[in-house]
Unconditional design. Structure first.
Length: 238
């Protein structure tokens, strides 16, 4: 299970309301892509879902349970960042296992989970390296592996491929699509790459200035955007 629902979620920084009342359901197993201009609130929404940012008002629910006040580590949610956010002083193995270690998971169980994720991502030869000894693409695979180790119900990806070159972006995108099938988890994925959105998404959410502008299946948005703003993101020739 892994159904996420947001009801009337808002976020205010100081006096500025940056998320202005978002209602959204992401169904169990769905691959949901967020698109929208820089500054529209995509990262803030993900960070609230992950618990890295407080929700100003509204409800965040996972499988019906309100999780607004739950610590990030206790949420069955894992986030992958554009900048990888790995600990530089830790090996790949320890970076991947850290989340479970912090939860007090027995060592043997951590080792098994880390090995399983390493196999899924072909990371075995890199397990003793530190982040500085790897390429950007390898670091991002480690960050994805770290998320998998936690066996979350929901994965959040915030522009995970933006720092990679074109060829690596394609390869990593295909890998993420494969993981979505194999893990049978719910995923929310932020991108400004139209090809990523069209190829990965079951559902695309177009955000504009802290509000949902339109939600739909990729081809429905492509063929029938509500307005020129949506068409600008999904690229239907008008
Ligand atoms: P996106 O990811 O879509 O580019 P963000 O969620 O990063 O957008 O930001 C949405 C808005 O909230 C922007 O106007 C940004 O400047 C503002 N914002 C984000 N984080 C903070 C913060 N910690 N303090 C103040 N303003 C913030
Ligand atoms: Mg962002």
């Amino acid at each position: 299970m892994g159904t996420l629902s947001l009801s009337n979620v808002t976020k205010t920084f100081g006096k500025v309301e940056v998320i202005k009342g978002v209602d959204l359901t992401v169904d169990d197993g769905e691959f949901c892509v967020f698109v929208g201009p820089s500054g529209c609130g995509k990262s803030t929404l993900l960070r609230m879902i992950a618990g890295l940012e407080d929700v100003t008002s509204g409800d965040v629910r996972l499988d019906g349970d309100r999780i607004n006040d739950l610590a990030p580590a206790k949420r069955e949610i894992a986030m992958v960042f554009q900048t990888y956010a790995l600990y530089p002083h830790l090996s790949v193995r320890d970076n991947m296992g850290l989340g479970l270690k912090q939860l007090g998971t027995p060592k043997a169980q951590i080792t098994a989970a880390v090995e399983k994720a390493a196999t899924m991502l072909a990371l075995e030869p890199l397990m003793d390296r530190r982040p500085s000894e790897m390429s950007g693409g390898q670091r991002q695979r480690v960050a994805i592996g770290r998320a998998i180790v936690r066996t979350p119900k929901l994965f959040l990806f915030d522009e995970p491929l933006s720092n990679l070159d074109a060829a690596l972006r394609v390869a990593t995108r295909i890998e993420i699509a494969r993981l979505h099938r194999e893990l049978d988890a719910t995923m929310i994925y932020v991108t400004h790459d139209q090809v990523e959105a069209m190829t990965l998404a079951d559902k695309i959410v177009v955000l504009r200035a802290g509000l949902v502008e339109q939600v739909g299946r990729p081809m429905d948005l492509y063929n029938d955007p509500d307005n020129t703003f949506v068409a600008g993101f999904i690229g239907s020739p008008q």
